[in-house]
Design a binder for this molecule. Structure first.
Ligand code: MN
Length: 322
């Protein structure tokens, strides 16, 4: 997925000053944003109130949309640095291609995990012949300083571990819970779970007290920690919880995303996560010059980078808030 804003701002994110150290309950509805083709997404993160949840720094939820008479997703080649992208589907199929030669159809329940590291380009399209419904999320994970220049990589996992406990079950997308560990490569303490609540179901999902969490309702009405949530809304939960009470009358799917609060300050612009405005400008220049990122074969014309905003952010190093 690409950030297709025509005039994106440069924004400084991360640092523990924004983290709720104790349990909180903040509801976010998401903001509608149009992506490539005719795909409209709800952007849950960043939002006006929250910029990150652990290392998760970008959450787009799309669908369920009936695309039977449409092209569906059409995101042409675009670059990334300093992050991982997580593609996760509840319905439909997405064709991923990237500049290190990956060519992969992603189906519901399969993890598509791209580590951009020093730089990669990719494209995401609905296949020409596709299922009627498209429903999923695109998530970004900020890479910590020690790993952010790593070589670009692509992982696809069609089998992921399941957690089955009283009243609910979950697929472990990233990280681990109760000894069930995802094969997806991670670089910072993080967890991503797709929780299924059967009709009339509910239970207590184990959490890590030092992690920061949010819950994004994908489908069905449900309650999290006693807060009623509609599909497409996200509840920010803060830190300091040993478990999370989930319940649904009619059945629901909810993504639970968490991780250790990300202490480094990051600089986000367009599809880049960096530490300074200069790094962002250099990545933009390389993309426009055809350097660094390579080419995505047969996936359409490259997406030109937007203009940098005036008054580019001054370089700044790692800042650790106390
Ligand atoms: Mn992308």
């Amino acid at each position: 997925m690409s950030n297709l804003e025509t005039a994106p701002d440069i924004a400084v994110r991360g640092g523990t000053s924004e983290v709720a150290a104790n349990p909180v309950r903040e509801i976010f509805a998401g903001k509608e944003v149009t992506l490539g083709g005719d795909t409209v997404v709800r952007r849950l993160l960043p939002n006006l109130g929250r910029r990150m949840v652990g290392p998760w720094c970008f959450i787009d939820h799309y669908g369920p949309d009936d695309i039977s008479a449409r092209a569906g997703m059409a995101v042409p080649p675009h670059p990334h640095i300093g992050l991982q992208t997580v593609s996760w589907l509840l319905d439909g199929e997405v064709h991923h291609r990237d500049s290190i030669g990956s060519d992969q159809l992603i189906r519901p329940g399969e993890l598509g995990l791209m580590t951009a590291g020093a730089g990669i380009a990719h494209a995401e399209h609905s296949p020409v012949a596709h299922p009627a419904l498209l429903h999923g999320v695109q998530l970004w994970v900020a890479l910590p300083e020690a790993s952010r220049a790593t070589a670009p990589a692509w992982q696809h996992h069609s089998r992921l571990p399941r957690l089955d406990i009283a009243g609910l079950s979950a697929t472990v997308i990233l990280g681990d819970v109760e000894g069930e560990r995802s094969p997806g490569k991670t670089f910072a303490p993080i967890v991503g779970l797709d929780v299924t609540l059967p009709p009339g179901g509910g239970g207590r999902l184990p959490l890590e007290a030092e992690f920061e969490y949010a819950a994004l309702v994908m489908s069905g009405g449900m309650e999290a920690d006693g807060v009623a949530l509609a599909p497409g809304s996200m509840l920010y939960l803060g830190c300091g919880r040993n478990d999370l009470r989930l319940a649904s009358d009619a059945g629901a799917r909810v993504l639970v995303l968490g991780g250790q609060p990300f202490e480094e300050r990051i600089v986000m612009w367009w599809n880049f996560v960096a530490r300074s405005g200069d790094e962002i400008a250099a990545a933009r220049e390389d993309w426009m010059a055809g350097d660094r990122f390579g080419e995505v074969s047969d996936a359409g014309a490259r997406t030109p980078a937007p203009a940098l905003p005036s008054g580019t952010l001054k370089p700044r190093g790692r800042v650790r808030d106390q």
